[in-house]
Design a protein around this ligand. Structure first.
Ligand SMILES: Nc1ncnc2c1ncn2[C@@H]1O[C@H](COP(=O)(O)OP(=O)(O)O)[C@@H](O)[C@H]1O
Ligand SMILES: [Mg+2]
Length: 338
């Protein structure tokens, strides 16, 4: 089968802020995915959609499937750009459609849906400018983050605020730097968990991953900040959290956590794959922070592959499960590779 792997490759550009390319993929990730597909006999072209060449590529090449990991570059709906183009051209692709990708990228909008579905999510307020009054119901400490980013962008030790002056300073910083609304949420002190869902013929909820930041207290960042994700594993910087997969949870609580993730996956309308970030309070309420329909797939560093390995899958099994799920969903019939 002919597969195009659509991605946004990380670039080296010192004129950009250090987190500018954090959402994009490294050549190692792209090569690993292409390699995993080739092992199963598929022919793969990598298409970096950063260049205006996706459309010309698709005009010149007939592909059976697109394996899409492109985060997109422009505007409020960046993750939905590639799926929208592919839908228009009636080319099947892996993962969620343009609607779910745009929705999940907008954390506040997603949270409105979670609230309507009675899925616990931290109380919040969206600020498009810093002059708005703080909702009296919200309780400090609060965390301030960009509404439409990922990879911990805009999240550091100063994001957790304990008083109004710091809150408004942070809102101003986020709206200025990231040119978007600031999402203000109640900070949930609790266990950090993330749940991977893979639709592989049936829905598979992978073993829950727990990230324990106890070792990182000295860094001032006891949560998954940008630095924690970028320099993960650096004990010198105090950024070496411990990973437990499966998470250290009682069976009943684990079921509750998985159920929250599955309900989120369905509420947002995701396909094939998603990863839901959760904070579990001391009273065992799983608060959903967000859902990632395009989770990182770095074979060594990303959370999703870690969970797949804990389920006994190899990297190539994971990648091909995503492909097979999309083929099944779209009823793509091609001769199976040997
Ligand atoms: N309301 C919150 N309470 C506690 N920690 C939070 C909250 N919101 C975000 N965090 C911390 O920040 C990390 C990144 O936030 P998240 O909303 O998942 O954004 P991103 O899209 O950048 O991953 C979370 O994994 C968690 O560690
Ligand atoms: Mg997250």
């Amino acid at each position: 089968m002919k597969v195009a792997l659509t991605c946004n490759l990380k670039k080296k550009d010192d004129s950009k802020p250090p987190d500018f390319f954090s959402e994009f993929d490294s050549p190692e990730t792209v090569d690993a995915i292409a390699g995993a597909l080739r092992v199963k006999g598929h022919s793969v072209d990598t298409v970096d959609v950063d260049h205006p060449r996706l459309i010309s590529y698709l005009k010149q090449n007939r592909v059976d499937m697109v394996f899409n990991i492109a985060e997109g570059k422009f505007g409020k709906f960046r993750e939905s750009e590639v799926p929208a183009i592919l839908d228009h051209l009636n080319i099947p692709y892996t993962g969620s459609g343009s609607f779910s990708l745009a929705l999940a990228l907008n954390k506040a909008f997603t949270k409105k849906i979670l609230k309507a579905e009675n899925i616990p999510t931290p109380n919040f307020q969206l600020f498009s400018k810093d002059s708005e009054e703080l909702d009296r119901e919200l309780r400090f400490p609060l965390i301030v983050k960009p509404n439409r980013e990922g990879s911990g962008k805009g999240i550091d030790r100063s994001s957790v605020v304990f008083a109004k002056t710091d809150l408004y300073k942070k809102i101003q910083e986020i709206t200025n730097i990231y040119r978007q609304e600031a999402l203000v949420e109640e900070f949930i002190d609790g266990k950090e968990l993330t749940v991977g869902i893979l639709e592989n013929g049936k829905v598979v909820i992978l073993p829950v991953l727990e990230i324990d930041f106890s070792n990182c207290r000295n860094s001032g960042e006891f949560f998954y900040s940008w630095r924690m994700k970028e320099f993960q594993g650096s004990a010198a910087l105090g950024l070496a959290p411990e990973f437990y997969c499966p998470a250290r949870l009682d069976k009943e609580i684990e079921t509750r956590v998985k159920d929250a993730a599955l309900r989120t996956h369905r509420a947002v309308g995701c396909f094939d794959i998603s990863r839901t970030d959760i904070r579990l309070t001391a009273d065992n309420t799983p608060y959903v922070l967000e859902i990632n329909p395009l989770p990182g797939l770095d074979p060594k560093e990303s959370n999703f592959p870690l969970m797949a390995y804990a389920a006994g899958m190899k990297y190539e099994d994971l990648i091909n499960a995503i492909l097979m799920s999309a083929m099944e969903r779209r009823k793509v019939r091609v001769e199976q590779p040997k």
